[in-house]
Design a protein around this ligand. Structure first.
Ligand code: GLV
Length: 316
């Protein structure tokens, strides 16, 4: 009998075709799984291919568990309690590497758009109020030659540092929990606040989860330059969103470019009201090529498990 696989969101067609040839596949059509739905899925399916927002918290793993393998679609897996999964005998894998470039590109999109006030400019053109080239007008801040501060120097942090250093001649400083030697000219500074204070542009690229929740708090934001621009492409929970909004409203910092939010898809109205922010709907990995590669990697891990092997991107 074919193993039962639940895919919790639509995935690239060729990967779905491959999955259907190997497994008895159900594609969940109702958006993200609640904790109750996640628990039901764990009781009913042999394997699950979930993604960000699905409720695989510790509470989902307390009942009957049929599932042996969760092949997560996404590098971040803070929506899955991997320790609870391990205790319940469930292997978890993720999709690193394949989304590094796409996510670094979205960081640069936000950095440039925020520095050059592209969101405001776009809204201005669409409003029909633009009166032609203006020597004053919507004035941004220069990017080339400035200092980048990376918070979390993992794969995505490296890729952002390389783009900024080699593409824009930027000096790179960074904060990382452990000492790190990187293949891009970059200096690791002693503390988080040292990086926040030195940088013209701060980009957060840490993983989510308990170890980084509200790492960027009011005190960290207060260390930034008043001209500083803050970018987050990691997880919303890494930043104290209220503190960020307060720092922007009081012009303690100059702007922010955000791809992620504390309670997605909720974006606070105070944030929406701020012209100094560029706001994207979690597009980090959202290119067709990357999303297909992520789906393929998630499925390949599930296939490896089904064949009796160790999934190559296992995380628990
Ligand atoms: C996207 O945010 C991911 O974790 O893959």
């Amino acid at each position: 009998m074919l193993k039962k696989l639940l895919i919790t969101r639509p995935i690239a067609a060729p990967v779905l075709v491959q999955a259907k040839a190997i497994f008895d596949v159900t594609v969940h059509a109702g958006g993200k799984l609640s904790v109750t739905q996640a628990a039901q899925a764990l009781a009913q399916f042999d394997a699950i291919l979930p993604t960000l927002g699905d409720g695989f918290t510790a509470d989902a793993f307390v009942g009957e568990i049929r599932c042996k393998m969760i092949g997560n679609f996404g590098v971040g897996y803070n929506h899955i309690d991997v320790d609870a999964a391990a205790k319940a005998g469930v292997i978890v894998s993720n999709t690193p590497d394949v989304l590094t470039d796409a996510t670094a590109d979205i960081a640069l999109t936000l950095l440039l758009a925020t520095a050059r006030r592209a969101g405001e400019g776009e809204r201005f053109v669409r409003s029909g109020k633009w009166g032609g080239f203006d020597g004053g007008g919507i004035m941004g801040t220069h990017v080339t030659g400035k200092t980048l501060g990376v918070i979390g120097m993992g794969r995505i942090g490296h890729a952002i540092a390389a783009r900024c250093h080699y593409g824009f001649g930027m000096d790179v400083v960074f904060h990382n929990r452990s000492p790190k030697v990187v293949p891009v000219p970059a200096r690791q500074l002693d503390g988080l606040h040292d990086v926040m204070a030195a940088a013209d542009f701060v980009v957060v690229a840490t993983p989510g989860g308990a170890g980084t929740t509200k790492l960027i708090d009011a005190a960290a934001l207060a260390a930034m330059k008043p001209t500083g621009i803050f970018i987050n492409i990691s997880r919303g929970e890494v930043v104290d969103e209220d503190a960020l909004i307060a720092a922007l409203e009081t012009r303690q910092i100059a702007g922010a470019g955000l791809d992620v939010y504390e309670n997605e898809p909720h974006v606070p109205s105070r944030l929406l009201a701020l012209e100094s922010c560029v706001l994207l709907p979690h597009l980090g990995s959202a290119t067709q090529e990357t999303r297909q590669a992520m789906a393929q990697m998630a499925l390949d891990n599930i296939i490896a498990w089904a064949d009796g092997g160790d999934p190559p991107q296992r995380v628990n």
